[in-house]
Design a protein around this ligand. Structure first.
Ligand code: UD1
Length: 432
């Protein structure tokens, strides 16, 4: 088991390069199997979730060729199974994108039914409603979802709730349905737009992605393409919060500042100076006193739920009482107990965290409860000027952050990835 060990208190400074968006990559990789021609995707983040999905894609028979660390070539002509194993779904929920991709291409697919996860129950009823509207028979039994159709027909689908996953899944199936599909109340996240652009580059006819209404005119087949994944807004936002919490001054490169507006606006509310460039953004928090603010997570362009824990850590160091309302997932404040062990003063009432700012965090041994909360605890450790922080269960963090500790070291953090008690003690001796 590996840990991060952190001696905090150093303001982060310098510049950091952001990789491709994990959540966009997962949609693109699944969609890549929808043609029998070669698809090359670059700017892929080398993170565990992406590698697990590539494993699932290989497992159903597609050909996956790693060109380099961030580039892969996929060929879906060799697919010989339409059934995605539970092992993959268990490790990464987004394996269910293969349902939409396989159903669109072969009109038949089966994946294990994903269960809940650390942050909430996460039903997939809207995905299934969408497939049914396109004419598929969808069945859930024996822990499996199976969907099958003679042919898929375009349809008018209203999403009762804004769902990234359902929008992407239905989009893929609709791309190869007969006739026109309208998805209303669609998710507008940048990765939904990225998947739509990707499918269009394969010959699909999708308009309106990035708005509430997506219109798809089905095509008979898709062709090969070469495509680059958009930058990861959550990785970028995480480094922005790390800069803020450590009173640093960091240039975050290779980003689309527009995608970061909600995070930028809240950090500015909290007193940070945000400078935007074409494809970079600087967070200046040196010599600023962090101020209280209120945050509510909402679908894009609202404040992302995936940035909620990191922002809470920043506000834990602000003057006054802040509130953070989580409106997307029902169980996303579990890390608060860990943060309390570092001196955070946070009370959770229903879906609202009431945060009384404190002067500083103190190092402690904590465990990452999930991916983003894990990253947030690392930020708290970087900000803690007193003591050493040890973060356990960092496999959660490795699901979505490439070379996290290396990138943080590049901007001055004293953080190491270690394995076991002996190495932890060695680090503590070195820094004390
Ligand atoms: C995606 C992201 C995840 C992010 C989330 C919200 C990926 C791989 N994951 O997850 O990192 O936190 O968006 O931005 O891109 N819901 C239903 N029924 C459904 C589907 C969703 O009720 O069929 C609910 C969910 O429980 C949740 C809300 O809708 O309350 C939004 O979920 P959704 O946007 O679907 O999240 P994911 O696609 O799972």
């Amino acid at each position: 088991m590996e840990q991060y060990v952190i001696k905090g208190g150093t303001p982060l400074s310098g510049s950091v390069d952001i990789g491709g968006a994990k959540n966009a990559a997962l949609g693109l990789l699944a969609a890549a199997i929808m043609t029998d021609e070669d698809v090359t995707i670059d700017n892929l983040p080398n993170v565990n979730d992406v590698n697990v999905l590539l494993g699932a894609i290989e497992d159903i028979g597609a050909t996956v060729k790693r060109i380099d660390e961030h580039t892969v070539r996929i060929n879906g002509s060799t697919i010989d199974s339409l059934s995605v194993d539970y092992d993959y779904i268990k490790k990464i929920r987004a394996s269910y994108y293969l349902l939409g991709a396989l159903l669109g291409k072969y009109k038949k697919a089966e994946v294990a039914l994903p269960g809940g996860c650390a942050i909430g129950a996460r039903p997939i009823d809207l995905h299934l409603k969408g497939f049914r509207a396109l004419g598929a028979n969808v069945d859930t039994k024996y822990g499996l979802v199976s969907a099958e159709a003679e042919a898929l027909y375009g349809s008018h689908i209203y999403m009762d709730k804004v769902s990234v996953g359902a929008t992407i899944n239905v989009l893929m199936a609709a791309a190869l349905a007969e006739g026109k599909t309208i998805i209303e109340n669609a998710a507008k996240e940048p990765h939904v737009v990225d998947v739509a652009n990707f499918l269009n580059s394969m010959g699909a006819n999708i308009r309106g992605a990035g708005t509430d209404v997506i219109r798809v005119v089905g095509v008979e087949r898709l062709h090969g393409t070469t495509y680059s994944v958009i930058p990861d807004q959550i990785e970028a936002g995480t480094f922005m919060c790390a800069a803020a919490a450590t009173h640093g001054n960091v240039l975050i490169r290779n980003v689309i500042p527009k995608h970061l507006e909600a995070t930028s606006a809240k950090l500015a509310d909290a007193g940070c100076i945000i400078q935007e460039y074409d494809d970079a953004l600087r967070v200046i928090a040196s010599d600023v006193e962090l101020r209280r603010t209120t945050v509510t997570t909402l679908p894009y362009p609202g404040f992302p739920t995936d940035m909620q824990p990191q922002m809470t850590v920043v506000l834990g160091l602000a003057n006054g009482v802040s509130t953070v309302t989580e409106s997307i997932f029902e169980n996303r404040f579990k890390y608060v107990n860990e943060l309390a062990r570092m001196g955070g003063q946070i009370q959770v009432e229903s879906n609202i965290a009431i945060i009384t700012g404190t002067d500083k965090y103190t190092g402690a041994r904590v465990a990452a409860p999930d991916l983003r909360a894990g990253a947030a605890l690392v930020i708290a450790g970087l900000a803690a000027s007193d003591g050493v922080t040890i973060v356990d269960d960092i496999h959660f963090i490795q699901r979505g952050y490439e070379a996290f500790e290396e990138k943080l070291r590049g901007i001055g953090a004293n953080i190491e990835r270690v394995s076991g008690e002996h190495e932890i003690q060695k680090f503590i001796l070195k820094v004390s």
